[in-house]
Ligand binder design. Structure first.
Ligand SMILES: Nc1ncnc2c1ncn2[C@@H]1O[C@H](COP(=O)(O)OP(=O)(O)OP(=O)(O)O)[C@@H](O)[C@H]1O
Ligand SMILES: [Mg+2]
Length: 487
């Protein structure tokens, strides 16, 4: 599953032995004019060399030694804040809500203690059953979480499976035949296989909803209720997300038993490693503004978010016509196309990835330098997740939102959620300012309201990349080394 790193000639430190399935190689910084590489080569099993390295910084969390070895392999030294806070409670069997910023290691915060719990006793698993069930909103995220369990559990002889739609069910049904320790799934295909009696979730001991607020909103709640209705009452349940709106939280509590809320920051706090700004631009000029940004500023790995699938396709065509290399990922693409787009995005010559919100949550690709919101999202929480594709694991990133006059109310909703105004790169229209000013105003004062920050959109140049005032230097003691590609 993991491969020795290759393909880079920079003076970075030696590559680690493990490569994340969903992590990209560092991209060339040559803009988007070149053809994308072929998808990354198949990953290989790690080659053990020398005595096992234990992640000493995790030792006090009470995790099994085989997990400390996996973390040593991964190159993790220190737990992230959510890992320090959540792991001891999960090990003790508590139900919890875990809320922490994007890219701060929530996956390991539930995967590690659950593997530990499963190792405490190892009953025989019945055919088609699983001990741990993790649900995620998208196929790509389910596959990524599955890879994380495999990586963290590599010394624990875990049996795992992943189930999602868009591909044949045969392999998935076969993987489940003897039963597994960990099943990661998207809800639709899971219910389908349960209906065909190919999967049985009545023996689940540990249940996780990743991106819990998304899983409990209109799109999924019906399926989630069905799944929860089939689970044993006696189970440990964990909900994780970077955003947990109050409405969802109170409703979610009915699915948890005496839950603990473990937060590292207030919910919906964006990753502070991401420099955020907004450009006010008429709708008709959005396309040229985007192309200018891509040509003159936004190099490396860039995701451009579009609100609609149709819009994503059109944008991909427009970027291609402009001589840029772009790939689109959205729900109307075949799974093979989705996988190809993501693999190309992780290559050393990544195309601009034009995506709908199927790529907004959870997806972990190293070195995403820019997130550009071509359209603002309808749900303000989605903004936090979108920009969180960048600035992960202590790396820095930049998020730029293009806002036209019809989107001002969406911008205001986002700023209300963030409790601050975004730095504007050009003149902020009066209608984009909240009515309340003076003592009661929201957001830090004096942050460029109405003031021009940097040159207007057309004038951005590579050498004078505007950095906004709101990007903090890397605050994480636990940051991955720059060459890290684990997970
Ligand atoms: N203790 C650690 N030390 C170094 N790197 C870590 C550590 N824990 C996790 N990481 C790395 O941090 C990155 C982000 O982790 P993860 O995907 O779990 O974040 P997340 O909090 O779930 O983000 P999101 O809210 O976007 O889903 C991954 O590449 C992971 O390998
Ligand atoms: Mg996550």
């Amino acid at each position: 599953m993991n491969a020795p790193s290759s393909g880079s000639s920079s003076s970075r430190p030696p590559k680690r032995r493990f490569r994340k399935k969903f992590a990209g190689k560092r991209p060339h910084q040559s803009g988007h004019g070149a053809l994308a590489d072929q998808p990354a080569a198949e990953q290989q099993a790690p080659v053990p060399s020398g005595p096992p390295k234990l992640a000493e910084g995790f030792a006090h969390l009470g995790l099994a030694e085989c997990l400390l070895r996996s973390l040593g392999d991964e190159g993790y030294d220190t737990p992230t804040p959510i890992q320090s806070k959540a792991i001891p409670h999960v090990v003790q069997g508590r139900d919890l809500f875990g809320c922490a910023q994007t890219g701060t290691g929530k996956t390991a915060a539930f995967a590690l203690p659950l593997i530990h719990r499963m190792l405490e006793n190892r009953p025989e698993i019945k055919p088609r059953r699983c001990r741990t069930l993790v649900l995620a909103p998208t196929r790509e995220l389910a596959a990524q979480i599955h890879e994380s369990f495999r990586s963290y559990g590599r010394h624990a002889r875990l049996r795992t499976a992943v189930i999602y739609g868009g591909v044949g069910q045969h392999k998935q049904a076969r993987d489940m035949m003897k039963g597994v320790d960990v099943l990661v799934a998207t809800p639709g295909r899971l219910l389908d296989l349960i209906g065909q009696r190919l999967v049985d979730i009545r023996g689940v001991e540990f249940f996780v909803l990743d991106e819990a607020d998304r899983m409990l909103d209109m799109g999924f709640i019906h399926d989630i209720r069905k799944v929860v209705g089939m689970l044993p009452a006696e189970r440990q349940t964990l909900f994780f997300s970077a955003t947990l709106p109050a409405e969802i939280r109170s409703f979610a509590e009915s699915m948890l038993r005496d839950p603990l809320e473990v937060k590292t920051t207030p919910q919906a706090t964006p990753a502070e490693t991401v420099a955020q700004s907004v450009i006010f631009v008429p709708k008709a000029e959005k396309k040229t503004t985007l192309i200018d940004l891509l040509r003159n500023e936004a190099n490396g790995r860039v995701i451009v978010f579009s609100r609609t699938k149709h819009g994503a396709d059109k944008l991909q065509r427009d970027l291609t016509k402009a001589g840029l290399v772009a790939a689109a990922i959205h729900g109307d693409k075949s799974q093979a196309q989705r996988e190809r787009a993501l693999a190309a995005f992780k290559s050393t010559r990544p195309p601009v990835l034009v995506a709908t919100d199927i790529a907004a949550r959870g997806i972990d690709v190293d070195d995403v330098a820019y997130v550009i919101n071509y359209d603002l999202p309808i749900e303000p929480e989605t903004y936090v997740h979108r920009i969180g594709r960048s600035g992960r694991a202590g790396q820095s990133g930049t998020a730029i939102s293009l806002c036209d006059t019809e989107e001002l109310s969406k911008l205001i909703a986002i700023e209300r959620l963030l409790k601050r105004e975004l730095t504007s790169r050009n003149q902020r229209p009066a209608a984009a300012s909240p009515p309340a000013r003076g003592p009661g105003r929201r957001g830090p004062p004096g942050q460029a309201n109405g003031k021009r920050r940097g040159p207007p959109p057309r004038a951005f140049s590579r050498s004078k990349k505007p950095r906004t005032a709101d990007a903090a230097p890397n605050p994480h003691r636990w940051s991955k080394p720059r060459n890290s590609t684990s997970n």
